[in-house]
Each structure stands twice: as structure tokens, then as C-alpha cells.
Design a protein around this ligand. Structure first.
Ligand code: SF4
Length: 385
């Protein structure tokens, strides 16, 4: 499969240059385990930029919903950003997120494009988190410089998209209008994938999707996505008012997906609440299955391990764009490597700073620990293999 992807990408306008390693289950530079293995300790290799707080949608589960606005201030000068990125010694990846980063053409031209070109010149891999519901023209501009187009996909039909994607608009949005956006999103994703771009569709396992996850996967495959990324939903921002599902339901959804998945599509799981150190044998069996299945990976959580989030308006640096942890630095006055080092010594990071090399695991996400493991000291646990 990977060779096939590589060949088709070489002939496609949005394919990454052939001298860059192919992103694949064997090479995922967003996973903090790589730099941990390489340097023997966590290093800052990944920077996420919040480039807008504007969005044309208001998803019911939006993890940054409370920070969305109707207007916004000018961005910080990119010179300052590039200087700070130049200083990051081990930088390997840059992600851009929002809001909807392509909501304003001005952001596409004045922020996304220059950042993507900067990254490509340095051989740094990039990801854009977008709902791909805007005109294709915007995606066409950036796709030749981008490595991963990351979209959300939690639907089996346009009605779901209407119910989920516009739940928090605070006004009535006509189903005919959202149906057009749904079709455009599918069309855009398909065109980008056909052009050789790694389109990665993310679904969350939650009260709406856990019994329909196989159908969602099928549609993602039909869109031509190269990767299906799957995370449980955690109660952050808008999502905190939604019903939670049990760990049993979550586990069943993961198993269903593993049984139903298309074998050629890379399945990437993240922020799962199951670990190789679990006392529950069934959870450990699931972890072993995830490890052994071809084209399936479980990405360790980058937030605070190899990645920080920079707000491109205030310059504030966060451990993640969605947790309610205050900023712990600012790029106006500090180097990113220094800010990252401060976080490594923070008690919250140290509480989840475990590492079991044999399991390829470096501990839980902060939201996972908060939701399921408040009384557990992970630094005292070991993988049971
Ligand atoms: S690294 Fe931490 S979470 Fe992972 S198996 Fe070991 S103790 Fe458990």
C-alpha cells in the first residue's frame, strides 16, 4: 500500500516532494515516542499554531468552541514567528488550527501560505486542521505545500452534518444550506486526495458515533482518505455538556472498527484511555491487537510531550489548544525551547511523565488522566506484556 501511495503521489500535484520521507504507519513525526527514543528525553519537535478564532460552523463537540469569535485582531508579525521557529532546534512538524483556518482568504494568503512555504523550505512536515467546506480555490492554493489535510468526519449523511456541525450557532440554519456544505466538503476532500495529498479524516467516538463508526469509516474510505484518525471525545469546551459513553462502549467501538476497517487505509488511534499497564486483561489484549494489526498505529499524545500550541494573536504558548491550563510563556519574550523546558518541570506534566519502552508508550493525555485516572500515579505503573 505504501509503495502504491508513493507512486501515485509522485505523479500528483499535491504530493510531497519525493526527497521527503513518506508519512506512513512506520514514519509519523507527530508521535512523541520517536524523539523520546532518539534523544532519551522529551524534546520540542512540533509546534501547533492557532491561526484563527473564526469559523463558519459551530460543532456541538467543538473542543475550542468557547474561544470562537465573530471578529478578530491582527496576527503577530510573521517575522517574529519565523525567528522563534528558527530557534527550535529539533523542529520536525508544524500544525495549523483554528477555528477554520481557511475562513478568510486573507489568512490563507498572509499566514497559511507563508508558513507552509517556510516549513517546506526547511523540510518540516505540516498539517492543516480544516473543515474543507470553503471554496476549493483556497485549498488548491495551499495544497502543493502541505503534507496533511486533517478534516473532521463524524457523519453518515448530510442530516448528521446539520445536527452536529451547526448545533451551537445560536440561530436556525437551513438544512438545504448545510447539505450544500456537506457535499462540498466531500467533494473537496476527494479532489485533494486524488491530487496526492494525505487527507486524514478524524472521527470521535462519542454518544452519536460509537454504534455507527463502521459506516463512518466506509464513507471516509469512499472519499479517498488515506488515513482515518480516531479519538474518543473528552469533555472539553462545548463537548463538556454532551453525554459521555462508557469505557466498555468505547472499547466495543474500537473493536468494531478493527473488524470492519479497510485493510489498506492507515488507522491512527489517539488519546485512548487504554494502556499496556492496565490491570484489566481485556484492555491489554486490545492494546496488543492494536500493536499487531498492519496499517494500524496508536499515536502517543503530543501535547506537552513534543508539542506546544502558540496563539498567533497574543503570542501565548499553551500545552494544548483545548485544555483549560493557562499559558506558560509568550513568544514575544521567550524562546520556544525555553518555554517547553518550563513545562517539562511542571507537576502536571511530571504526573503523566511515564515511559514503557517495550510497549512504545509514554503515558496518558492530561484529559484522559483527568477523566479516568485521577487517583492513579502513572509513574509507578509498568506495562504488563
Ligand atoms: S508508559 Fe505509562 S501509561 Fe504507558 S504502559 Fe507504561 S505506565 Fe502505563
Amino acid at each position: 500500500m505504501q509503495q502504491a501511495l508513493s507512486r501515485s503521489a509522485a505523479a500528483a500535484p499535491y504530493a510531497a516532494p519525493s526527497d521527503l520521507p513518506l508519512l506512513s504507519p512506520d514514519y509519523d513525526p507527530w508521535d512523541p515516542i520517536r524523539s523520546l527514543q532518539l534523544y532519551g528525553r522529551h524534546k520540542l519537535t512540533s509546534v501547533e499554531l492557532t491561526v484563527t478564532h473564526l469559523c463558519n460552523m459551530r460543532c456541538e463537540h467543538c473542543a475550542v468552541g468557547d474561544s470562537l469569535t465573530m471578529s478578530e485582531a491582527p496576527h503577530l508579525p510573521l517575522d517574529l514567528l519565523f525567528r522563534r521557529l528558527d530557534e527550535v532546534r529539533h523542529l520536525e512538524t508544524i500544525s495549523m488550527t483554528g477555528g477554520e483556518p481557511t475562513f478568510r482568504m486573507e489568512t490563507v494568503r498572509n499566514v497559511l501560505l507563508p508558513v507552509l512555504k517556510y516549513a517546506r523550505e526547511r523540510g518540516i512536515r505540516t498539517q492543516l486542521n480544516s473543515n474543507v467546506t470553503m471554496d476549493f480555490e483556497r485549498y488548491e492554493l495551499i495544497a502543493p505545500y502541505l503534507d496533511v489535510m486533517h478534516i473532521s468526519f463524524n457523519y453518515t449523511q448530510a442530516d448528521d452534518f446539520h445536527r452536529v456541525g451547526f448545533a451551537r450557532t445560536g440561530r436556525s440554519v437551513r438544512p438545504e444550506t448545510t447539505a450544500k456544505l456537506y457535499d462540498r466538503m466531500i467533494d473537496n476532500a476527494r479532489k485533494l486526495a486524488q491530487g496526492g495529498l494525505l487527507v486524514s479524516a478524524e472521527s470521535m467516538i462519542n454518544y452519536r458515533t460509537h454504534e455507527r463508526i463502521a459506516d463512518i469509516h466506509r464513507l471516509i474510505v469512499e472519499m479517498g482518505c488515506w488515513r482515518h484518525e480516531v479519538h474518543p471525545m473528552y469533555p472539553s469546551s462545548f463537548a463538556s455538556s454532551l453525554p459521555a459513553i462508557t469505557r466498555r462502549q468505547m472499547m466495543d467501538a474500537v473493536k468494531t472498527l478493527l473488524d470492519a476497517r479497510h485493510p489498506d487505509v492507515w488507522m491512527l488511534f489517539g488519546t485512548l484511555p487504554f494502556f499496556a499497564c492496565s490491570e484489566n486483561e481485556e484492555e491489554r489484549r486490545l492494546i496488543a491487537r492494536l500493536r499487531d494489526e498492519p496499517n494500524v498505529t496508536v499515536r502517543n499524545d503530543p501535547d506537552g510531550r513534543n508539542r506546544v500550541n502558540v496563539n498567533l494573536f497574543s503570542g501565548d504558548v499553551y500545552v494544548t489548544d483545548f485544555a483549560s491550563i493557562p499559558p506558560f510563556g509568550n513568544i514575544r519574550t521567550e524562546k520556544l525551547d525555553d518555554v517547553f523546558a518550563k513545562w517539562q518541570n511542571h507537576p502536571m506534566q511530571q504526573a503523566v511523565g511515564c515511559h514503557c519502552p517495550a510497549a512504545g508508550c509514554c503515558g496518558p493525555n492530561l484529559l484522559v488522566q483527568d477523566m479516568y485516572y485521577r487517583d492513579v500515579d502513572f509513574t509507578k505503573r509498568r506495562a504488563i506484556l
